[in-house]
Design a binder for this molecule. Structure first.
Ligand code: KG4
Ligand code: ZN
Length: 396
């Protein structure tokens, strides 16, 4: 089986339409990844007035944009529309919004027929795991073969099994154990809202706009500046009394599950209570909101990091992977980095691998990369007919 492949991938699981063309070689031992094109069209503006993704609107937009983005991606990759000389077509088959997923799947099936190429359905979450290996500003990313005697595993710099992946997006919050390439066991997950969903809901509640993650990230940073500017009674009241303290849901539970839905209610009540108590001016209210937002963000981060570190230690993980849209959160990245045991003298070192900012959100490049390894592992072509959208597809 040839290790050199040109793959075209399609991603339409949520509110980003993505098409990418990747040229990959080297197999598991020393993969060399070349991103020939990676186009993402965001529908954020269309869903913003509704404060969340509307499935049928998402479907309509994907239908409108996908053919255009496909052409653009081929053009950028310098491939002809008539005969693009690709080896494989990959498409996200779940989890996600089924009406949206079907648009990508139907389109990919048409392509498979037209070009007479095999088609592979890919789990979106597996794509997020693989996003850590993508690099934007290099024409080609070569992962050197490691001088290890073991013959099974990705020979990728800094990557070793067992690995724990913390996947945090708008639809998922999962801790996943991987002991071998492409084999996963979900160790913990959210019992209600996903981490990204919590960011989105809190932002909506505070009128900060959609999507909430980036808005809250910016607002949380802003507080530091306000702190020096404002010497109001509100500022002093909050900082001296720790009045904005929120709970850390399930931080001490023995399992590795999460629960974030209570946090938004806690934010709402706390804000109302403080506003009433302090009869805040509009200037002070901004201070109060930014303090709440910062505390909310920290509450989510505390729970995520605490459980990730605990599970990593329990399974003696050598690698921790952060993936999904919430991986764009700067504080989460910084604090996770700080918590990793990394010491030249220490026997226990964990490598933390995080996607570049460009690849934290949904994109098709990560789907193409996952497809490459899936293809090499399974070695069996699957023609288009059998592929179905599965909104609840699990990682296994
Ligand atoms: O992976 P993704 O792009 O789509 C899904 O598969 O759901 O994740 C989107 C989620 C949204 O909930 C968004 O608010 C969140 O990622 N997000 C963030 C940040 N940027 C995006 N959450 C926290 N901080 C951020 N900087
Ligand atoms: Zn995603």
């Amino acid at each position: 089986m040839a290790l050199d492949m040109k793959i075209i991938a399609i991603e339409t699981s949520c509110d980003e339409t993505g098409v990418a063309v990747l040229e990959i070689s080297g197999g598991f031992k020393a993969p060399r990844i070349k991103i020939l094109s990676n186009i993402v069209a965001s529908q954020v503006k269309i869903h913003a007035p509704f404060g969340g993704v509307v499935p049928n609107l998402a479907k309509r937009e994907h239908q409108k944009n996908l053919p255009l983005i496909f052409k653009k991606a081929l053009k950028e990759a310098r491939l002809s529309l008539k005969n693009p000389r690709i080896d494989l077509i990959a498409v996200t088959s779940g989890p996600g919004l089924e009406p949206a997923l079907w648009v990508g799947i139907n389109f990919a099936q048409e392509l498979a027929k037209k070009y007479n190429k095999p088609l592979l359905g890919i789990n979106h979450l597996e794509g997020h795991i693989f996003s850590i290996f993508l690099e934007k500003n290099r024409k080609s990313t070569k992962h050197e073969a490691r001088s290890t005697k073991r013959d099974f595993g990705f020979r990728i710099s800094n990557f070793e099994f067992p690995a724990i992946a913390l996947l945090v997006s708008g639809g998922h919050t999962e801790l996943v154990l991987s002991k071998k390439p492409l084999e996963y066991k979900v160790i913990g997950q959210t019992l209600d809202d996903a981490a990204g969903e919590a960011f989105d809901k809190v932002a909506r509640l505070l009128g900060l706009g959609y999507p909430g993650g980036p808005a809250i990230g910016v607002m949380a940073e802003k507080k530091l500046k306000l702190k020096h500017d404002i010497k109001s009674a509100t500022a002093q009241f909050i900082s001296s009394n720790d009045k904005v303290k929120l709970p850390r849901p399930m931080i001490n539970s023995k399992d590795y599950n999460f629960s974030f839905s209570g946090l938004k209610t806690a934010v709402l009540y706390k804000l109302k209570e403080l506003e009433q108590k302090m009869r805040t001016s509009s200037h002070d209210r901004e201070y109060l909101v930014s303090a709440m937002v910062k505390e909310f963000q920290q509450a989510v981060i505390d729970v995520l990091i605490s459980k990730t570190m605990r599970v990593a230690k329990e399974y003696k993980a050598k690698t921790v992977i952060l993936g999904g849209g919430v991986a764009a959160n700067k504080e989460l990245r910084k604090q996770l980095q700080q918590k990793m045991p990394f010491n030249c003298d220490s026997r226990y070192v964990i490598n933390l691998l995080m996607p570049e900012m460009e690849f934290t959100g949904d994109n098709a490049a990560m789907i193409a990369l996952a497809a490459y390894f899936r293809w090499l592992k399974n070695k069996k072509p699957r023609r288009g007919g059998a592929l179905k959208a599965d909104g609840n597809l699990k990682l296994t």
